[in-house]
Design a protein around this ligand. Sequence first.
Ligand SMILES: [Fe+2]
Length: 273
Amino acid sequence: MMWRRKKFPAAVLLSSGIVLRMLDIAAEADAAGCRILFFSDTHFRYSLLRNRCSCSPLKEWSGAGVIGDALIRSVEEVAPDVLIFGGDLVSHTVLYPEAFRILSQLNAPVKLAVCGNWERKTRSWLPAGMIERGFRDAGFQLLQNETVTVNGVQFSGVEDFRYGRPVIPAANPDAAFRCLISHNPDMIGKTAAEALSGYHLALSGHTHGGQIRLPLFGAVLTSSVYWKRFEYGLCTHPEKLPVVVSAGIGGTFIMNRLFCPPEMLLVSLKLPQ
Ligand SMILES: [Fe+2]
């Protein structure tokens, strides 16, 4: 069985300069109407990140200020029911206080988060619990192999695939829609279809869309063991749940994004037509 991948069907440029990718997903009546805003891989850092060949007026930034303000404005403009952060908050540990200050200013009725591989890396030299406390104080519920049901939608977040011990919580049969959040999409690729049953959709980041994307080819490099399978977009499989992979906001290692603007993803649950 093969995975199929397609880009997001629609996008708009928010006044903040961040691109909003949009995806409508069919859901039962109890969950329909829920608007979920997902953003990932902010990677706040001091070195300059350049955003080249993109429609976004955000051409370069460093630290947390410029991109943090853009995030705050974007969330205000979209006004989601549920806001989800997909992991990899900072690359430079000293920026955690600033990053958590920005997270605290993102306004949404419900705010959820999962850890990425960078939270795992930085945790090893920070006081235990500092990262968890930072998310909590910023109003985010951190889901580490945990689950919460909001507005008829079950959200289950798992630990990072490479550096944590992901365990998928049991699907809640009373929830009209069940959403799995895994920083790294490889977890979906490596998990048997039976273990994923009961869930309707997975949200992931991690690959940054490759950061360097070539026209007609896409990502040159990805941080996935599957290379281009989960590089970006909506990935479907006849036996598994669909995985949506966001290109995220920031960058690591290569301090450039090419044809790969910073983005957020809006998933709108709608009644089937
Ligand atoms: Fe990342």
